[in-house]
Design a protein. Structure first.
Length: 181
């Protein structure tokens, strides 16, 4: 019997871009609406989740989206970027990193292991790509996400600003070194 869980690399087409934009708006709202002003949230959603923006990302060779489907329904995604400079000093020309820009699961599926499955797949991709580390930014007040990343061996190495509408927030930079690199 096959598993109802399917993780795949997203195809670069308009239909996938529309699905990603809709899912991004939904999951970001579910995750952050209660802790942010509606005007800031609306501005961020408009700037970040538009089908044409997701299509441009899907067509960019530096970006990979992993899609999580459960019983044929899109319930999560993870966005990876090659050659990330997040947390590196300007003079570091040696370190090669893969960045997890977004990892979101529909609220009804949070806690079911889907996020962990996505993370394991991302780490497999990172290991196979030969990078020395995986990095990500996480809002300092997103305690659930910070605990999740720490379970996977990510550790805080710095901070960066994140603009949500007019609100400039503090994101923590987390990094996980890969074995043998």
């Amino acid at each position: 019997m096959s598993s109802p869980l399917r993780i795949s690399i997203a195809k670069a087409n308009a239909a996938t871009a529309t699905r990603l934009a809709n899912l991004g708006r939904q999951t970001f709202t579910e995750t952050f609406a209660a802790d942010n002003k509606p005007s800031d949230l609306a501005a961020y959603l408009h700037e970040t989740y538009q089908p044409e923006l997701q299509l441009a990302q899907l067509q960019n060779p530096q970006c990979t989206y992993l899609l999580t489907e459960m019983q044929g329904q899109l319930v999560g995604y993870l966005q990876l970027w090659k050659d990330s400079r997040l947390g590196l000093s300007p003079d570091d020309t040696i370190t090669k990193q893969l960045e997890i820009k977004q990892l979101y699961i529909v609220e009804d599926w949070v806690g079911t292991g889907l996020g962990a499955a996505l993370m394991r797949r991302a780490l497999e991709i990172a290991q196979a790509s030969g990078v020395s580390a995986v990095v990500l930014g996480v809002w300092e007040n997103n305690h659930r996400a910070k605990a999740f990343y720490q379970r996977f061996g990510f550790r805080e190495v710095g901070e960066t600003a994140f603009k949500l509408g007019e609100d400039v927030q503090r994101d923590l930079i987390y990094r996980k070194g890969l074995a043998g690199r």
